[in-house]
Design a protein around this ligand. Structure first.
Ligand code: PEP
Length: 259
């Protein structure tokens, strides 16, 4: 089965809605200029909540060759949860993807695998694709426990989902020590864990789900290192932070297949 690579730009808490419009237009021009072929890779931008409506309007109005999504979602359907944003609200804004369990949410907001699982379910229930983030910190890596640690996160985050749901979602392996640090896991490091994740999904959810699920690598991916990472068999894309704020660099990541 061929899996279309997915390059997802996680803007994090950057760019107000005016700046967001500028970046989306700049990215669109850059991709057009560089003759991006959406048949060969898929691109999405994961923007702050306050930017979503603006970005959606531009993407849909100008038929831009990428989609948009959110960086988090509430576990709750609706009600007295001040400050939260529901999956229904995001789906109404045509979000294609929702990041769940990013390491910054796990670290600064105490999100457990149970919470991540509930968020993934909320996204799926409203027709959006969760990008389920997992990955070990430096201490775990140094102890050589990165594979079992990460598989445990995958197990908890995907618990109770159907094989069909798992086949349709995205898992992002992001070693925490490589996020925003300039430190990139070697392609072998990334493949080791991404391959183990696919093996685990095969054991737990079946071969069909394992063949269909897209597994991204994330952690200081740039135009200059994406091609060798993407050459590994179990890596189906990248979750990109810093470089997604630079249209030329993000375009080079999206166009990795030309390198
Ligand atoms: C991320 O935020 O998920 C990420 C991988 O960031 P960066 O690319 O900046 O390391």
């Amino acid at each position: 089965m061929s899996r279309k690579p997915l390059m997802a730009g996680n803007w994090k808490m950057n760019l107000n809605h005016v700046e967001a419009a500028g970046l989306v237009q700049n990215l669109a021009w850059t991709l057009k200029d560089r003759k991006f072929d959406p048949e060969r890779s898929e691109a999405t931008v994961l923007v702050p909540y306050t930017d979503i409506r603006t970005v959606q309007t531009l993407i849909e109005g100008d038929k831009l060759p990428f989609s948009h999504g959110a960086q988090d979602v509430s576990t709750h359907e609706s009600g007295a949860f001040t400050g939260e944003v529901s999956a229904d609200m995001l789906a109404k804004l045509n979000c294609a993807y929702v990041v769940v369990g990013h390491s910054e949410r796990r670290e600064y907001h105490g999100e457990t695998d149970e919470v991540v699982n509930a968020k993934a379910r909320a996204a799926l229930a409203h027709g959006m694709t969760p990008i389920v983030c997992v990955g070990e910190g430096l201490d775990i890596r140094k102890e050589g426990r990165h594979v079992p640690y990460t598989l445990d996160q995958v197990k908890g985050s995907l618990a109770g989902l159907s094989a069909e749901q798992v086949g349709g979602l995205v898992v992002a392996y992001e070693p925490v020590w490589a996020i925003g640090t300039g430190e990139v896991a070697t392609p072998d490091d990334a493949q080791e864990v991404c391959g183990a994740i696919r093996g685990f999904i095969s054991d737990e959810f079946g071969a069909e789900a394992a063949a269909a699920v897209r597994i991204q690598y994330g952690g200081s991916v740039k135009g200059s290192n994406v091609a060798e990472i993407m050459a590994r068999p179990d890596i189906d894309g990248a979750l990109v932070g810093g470089a997604s704020l630079k249209p030329e660099d993000f375009a080079s990541i999206v166009l990795f297949y030309e390198q």
